[in-house]
Design a binder for this molecule. Structure first.
Ligand code: SAM
Ligand code: SF4
Ligand code: SF4
Length: 374
């Protein structure tokens, strides 16, 4: 019998209505160079397009909480494609040049390719194309890859936590087979949705024995494997520090068989530390969100499924931009609100967590990953 997980905190308290952000008295013209309280620019926007998912990954949507009685958002609560595109263009004017669609499972959102076509038509103020990407569990990728590419999606990141069938199914808790994710990857590669990254969340005692098999398998493929430390997102996954496998341990383990060395980041604010194999064939990324926090470079804003702006993955509350969109505010008004909120941003939860370890993780009210988007 599965034990019901009792969340420490009401895991849906973040859905309660809160007053919309106040309009500033003076409207600003965006410069594309905005910086927050800690001097961090606004480069990256993650948009959650659905809070639903066909998987029940143990570290994200444990079945005991996200069961048949769980109240997902009604369709009317979701931002429409027009609303998302309007907000995206306002964020782009403030400096965003990368947009990632996520969720829940973004490929479950009906007609997602229509949204992609609308977003891919947007340009940065200097006339450049957006870096438009999407994170998916891969279950619908084989079916949708061509349509996504045709609509203007540049690339995808695919999550895969194990190659061993039993371990993968224990992780996704939805009986979904490994072979179908691998097939999705292959089709995405064939249609040109690369470079493709593969995300593996490592949870000690659950899939850590898959670190080496995953490294061996992906070494000679066009895909870049990234190991992600299991994080204390939300209030339902029962996170414990001792279930985190530190990236340093992952690197040491891979080195026992496949020598590799660290290489420079591609750009400032890149979340993964890059390691290249010594024989020159392939690289991996290590995302040390828990053991080596990278808040000092974090330039990511997150838009929840129902249009709340979160300035941190671990924020306790979001700012209701949907209320502004639906109350006939003008673009300059909403743009000024976004500017005001970003300038006031001082989030650095992971750095503080490193100082206080589990104490902070257990007591703070946090939103669910499936709602805010990974
Ligand atoms: N459903 C899609 C997927 O799984 O790729 C997109 C949404 S998912 C929330 C985005 C990413 O967050 C995935 O790579 C997932 O593995 C990761 N993730 C979810 N919960 C996590 C946790 N507690 N710690 C670390 N990564 C997590
Ligand atoms: Fe779904 Fe992605 Fe969360 Fe897994 S990690 S439950 S696939 S949203
Ligand atoms: Fe960014 Fe918040 Fe994560 Fe720090 S904890 S890296 S500020 S999202």
């Amino acid at each position: 019998m599965t034990k019901k997980v009792i969340p420490l905190i009401d895991s849906r308290s973040f859905l309660r209505p809160s007053p919309p952000p106040a309009l500033p008295s003076i409207l600003e013209t965006p410069t594309g160079l905005i910086a927050d309280e800690l001097g961090r620019p606004l480069h990256d926007l993650r948009i959650s397009v659905t809070d639903r998912c066909n998987f029940r990954c143990v570290y994200c949507m444990p079945r005991a909480v996200f069961d048949k009685d769980y109240a997902f958002l009604p369709h009317t609560a979701l931002l429409s494609f027009e609303e998302i595109t309007r907000l995206a263009s306002l964020f782009i004017a403030h400096g965003v040049h990368k947009i990632r669609l996520t969720g829940g499972e973004p490929l479950l959102r009906k007609h997602i390719e229509t949204l992609i076509a609308m977003l891919s038509a947007l340009k940065t103020p200097d006339g450049k194309e957006l870096d438009l990407t999407l994170t998916t569990n891969g279950s619908l990728l084989a079916k949708k890859a061509q349509a996504l590419k045709d609509a203007g999606l540049k690339r995808v990141t695919v999550s895969l936590d194990a190659l061993d069938e039993n371990i993968f199914q224990r992780m996704n808790d939805a009986d979904f087979p490994v072979a179908e994710v691998l097939h999705g990857l292959e089709v995405a590669h064939q249609v040109g949705l690369g470079p493709i990254k593969v995300n593996m969340v490592v949870k000690r005692g659950v899939n850590d024995q898959e670190i080496l098999p995953m490294a061996r398998y992906f070494k000679n493929t066009p895909y870049i494997l990234r190991f992600i430390e299991y994080m204390d997102v939300g209030a339902s996954n029962g996170w414990k520090m001792d279930e985190v496998v530190p990236s340093a341990e992952v690197a040491r383990l891979i080195q026992t068989e496949l020598p590799m060395h660290p290489v420079a980041a591609n750009y400032l604010g890149e979340t993964a530390q890059r390691w290249r194999y010594a024989d020159g064939v392939g690289e991996v990324g290590l995302i040390s969100s828990v053991t080596q926090a990278f808040c000092h470079d974090c330039s990511r804003a997150r838009l929840s499924t129902e249009g709340k702006l979160y300035t941190c993955l671990f924020a306790s509350a979001g700012h209701d931009l949907r209320a502004l969109l639906r109350s006939e505010c003008s673009d300059p008004e909403i743009s000024s609100v976004i500017g005001q909120l970003w300038r006031a941003r001082d989030d650095r939860y992971s750095e503080l967590r490193t100082q206080h370890t589990e104490g902070l993780a257990a007591t703070r009210k946090k939103v669910e990953m499936s709602y805010i988007g990974g």
